[in-house]
Design a protein around this ligand. Structure first.
Ligand code: SF4
Ligand code: SF4
Length: 247
């Protein structure tokens, strides 16, 4: 017992002070891209043609963050002249069309005030569905329950039964085998309910885009309220989206 107390005193309080205090991420983290719309068109085309996700629209010089897997190839190819990734992890949006971005995203809070704050402001229970994800999205969601992020202190928890949930949080590219499970889990959640598409896979198919083995984007099956881009989304991206949308 003495050892446990000693250990606690030595370790101190490890929970992040975010969002009360800003937090810095490791310098290699790729967040919201800075896009130079004056960049030479040939360079933009090179990036668009090379993008493994077909996420760059060369005409409008925008990136679809719902497709992007943040591999950094476009930044390397353009030497940062077209795209440079910032460390801004605040990427969640309420409207999918906003993910096609020229370097900025709308505030989530404004949308949320009109929709969900009154309903779920004090407590939000979510049922996680892994619809054939590679397990990175799932692992980085799980991390939110560790002492550093301590999601429960905000009144947000993941629960075992959809009947105890206010909504579902879906990761993975929705394989054909998981289609029925996603729909029946969604239907088992009592209304009013929310649907969160987390990660490039559930938003757009991600690296599995175009495969016959997947059903398609989550919003082709059920209505989606919140989109959280990334491959996988950083836990802070998810935390920011949840806090700004529901709390
Ligand atoms: S970082 Fe995104 S937009 Fe750039 S090449 Fe990779 S997938 Fe495409
Ligand atoms: S979005 Fe990326 S990390 Fe998440 S399940 Fe798909 S491939 Fe894996």
């Amino acid at each position: 017992m003495y050892e446990v107390i000693k250990n606690r005193l030595e370790q101190g309080h490890r929970t992040s002070k975010y969002p009360k205090e800003p937090i810095s991420l490791y310098k290699r983290f790729r967040g919201l891209p800075r896009i130079d719309s004056n960049c030479d068109q040939a360079l933009v085309k090179l990036c668009a043609d090379s993008c493994p996700q077909d996420a760059i629209d060369a005409q409008s010089k925008k990136i679809d963050l719902g497709r992007c897997v943040f591999c950094g190839l476009c930044e390397t190819l353009s030497g940062g002249k077209f795209i440079q990734f910032s460390q801004n992890f605040e990427l969640g949006v309420a409207n999918k069309s906003d993910l096609l971005t020229g370097g900025s995203l709308p505030e989530l809070a404004e949308h949320s005030k009109k929709h969900f704050k009154k309903l779920f402001g004090r407590s939000l229970q979510l049922r996680q569905i892994s619809a054939a994800g590679c397990n990175a999205c799932e692992a980085d969601t799980n991390v939110l329950n560790t002492p550093f992020f301590d999601l429960a202190r905000f009144g947000i928890q993941f629960v075992a039964s959809p009947r105890h949930a206010d909504g579902i949080h879906v990761t993975g590219p929705i394989s054909r085998n998981m289609k029925a499970a996603v729909i029946s889990t969604f239907e088992a959640v009592p209304s009013p309910k929310v649907v969160i598409a987390s990660g490039a896979c559930s938003i757009s198919g991600g690296p599995f885009y175009g495969s016959d083995e997947i059903v398609g984007d989550l919003d082709s099956l059920i209505p989606v309220d919140l989109y959280i881009p990334g491959c996988p989304p950083h836990p802070l991206t998810t935390l920011h989206a949840l806090l700004n949308y529901f709390k």
